[in-house]
Design a protein around this ligand. Structure first.
Ligand SMILES: C[S@@+](CC[C@H](N)C(=O)[O-])C[C@H]1O[C@@H](n2cnc3c(N)ncnc32)[C@H](O)[C@@H]1O
Length: 277
């Protein structure tokens, strides 16, 4: 039998769909319940009153939608992932590419840009120290416009850059007072653009023209969504991977992807998968 809590949640889902054309059923149940509870506690409205409040208050509906967008990010966020990329994946990719070839990366759900800049730093360093001339291009996308704005600006405070090795901080950032700005040379190699991974009309960011990515990052966003949506996102990312390309997820998200028969985990511990179609 449905509890009162279930009933209130169904009611909120219905109101968001009918009044505001927003589909909350795409989200993971536990994630959705937590977000709704956080919102109700934040504005001090009980769960029995909240549906009517939501119905009559468009601003609240906007705030609720915004509360689903968690944009926390970090440079070199999962150290083990970046170590495996640096020591195994990138050297292998470089050795496979022809002279003057291009390594293509997509940071899907890039938030404020740290993930894209982190892989950009590693690629830049590796290509500089290689005798083979090579280029790289990073496409970084998100649906949160504020986060994308910050990513494009590329200015971070001292705490945010704490995970970056000193030599990379010196070579890829310009320090101005307390702030660190990404150097133009690195910025030029990254295109930030708006793209919703749930968009069913395109399979990769339009700016990238075609997919064929050597590495796709999709970290710390799959857990937002229900199983069907996670599957649809992974299917889309698989289509955009080049033959033998790599999909990188968040630490806790590898179990969602691990069941896919076309994706093989490289080594246990690091959530990096290679496609084998
Ligand atoms: C927690 S952040 C993770 C940022 C970065 N990938 C990392 O791991 O540090 C999740 C990001 O995914 C974005 N996101 C969530 N759903 C998305 C979707 N359907 N399409 C594009 N971006 C999405 C959010 O806006 C947010 O910026």
């Amino acid at each position: 039998m449905a509890t009162q809590t279930d009933y209130s949640i169904f009611e909120m889902i219905r109101i968001m769909k009918e009044t505001y054309k927003k589909d909350l059923t795409v989200y993971d149940d536990a994630f959705l319940v937590k977000a709704l509870e956080r919102r109700m506690t934040g504005i001090n409205v009980g769960k029995l009153d909240y549906p009517l409040y939501l119905q009559e208050n468009r601003h609240e509906a906007d705030c609720l939608m915004a509360s689903f967008q968690i944009t926390y990010s970090q440079f070199f966020r999962n150290p083990l992932t970046f170590a495996v990329l640096e020591q195994c994946v990138l050297p292998h990719l470089l050795s496979q590419k022809p002279e003057n070839g291009e390594i293509r990366v997509w940071s899907a759900g890039c938030s404020t840009g740290q993930e894209a800049y982190s892989i950009g730093i590693l690629l830049d360093e590796m290509i500089k120290s290689s005798s083979k001339p090579m280029r790289f291009r990073i496409f970084a996308t998100d649906l949160a416009q504020d986060a994308l704005g910050a990513a494009k600006t590329g200015i971070y405070d001292e705490n945010s850059v704490a995970n970056i090795r000193m030599k990379y901080l010196k070579s890829h950032f310009i320090k101005q007072g307390e702030a660190y700005t990404v150097a133009p040379g690195l910025k030029q190699k990254i295109d930030f653009s708006e793209y919703d991974l749930l968009d069913s009309h395109s399979s990769n960011p339009p700016d990238s023209i075609f997919g064929d990515f050597d590495i796709i990052f999709c970290c710390n966003l799959l857990f937002y969504y229900c199983i069907d949506v996670r599957r649809a996102i992974v299917k889309k990312l698989k289509r955009s991977l080049a033959e033998g390309g790599y999909l990188v997820t968040g630490e806790t998200e590898s179990t969602f992807v691990g069941k896919d028969e076309d994706l093989k985990m490289l080594s246990s511990g690091a959530p990096i998968f290679q496609i084998n179609r």
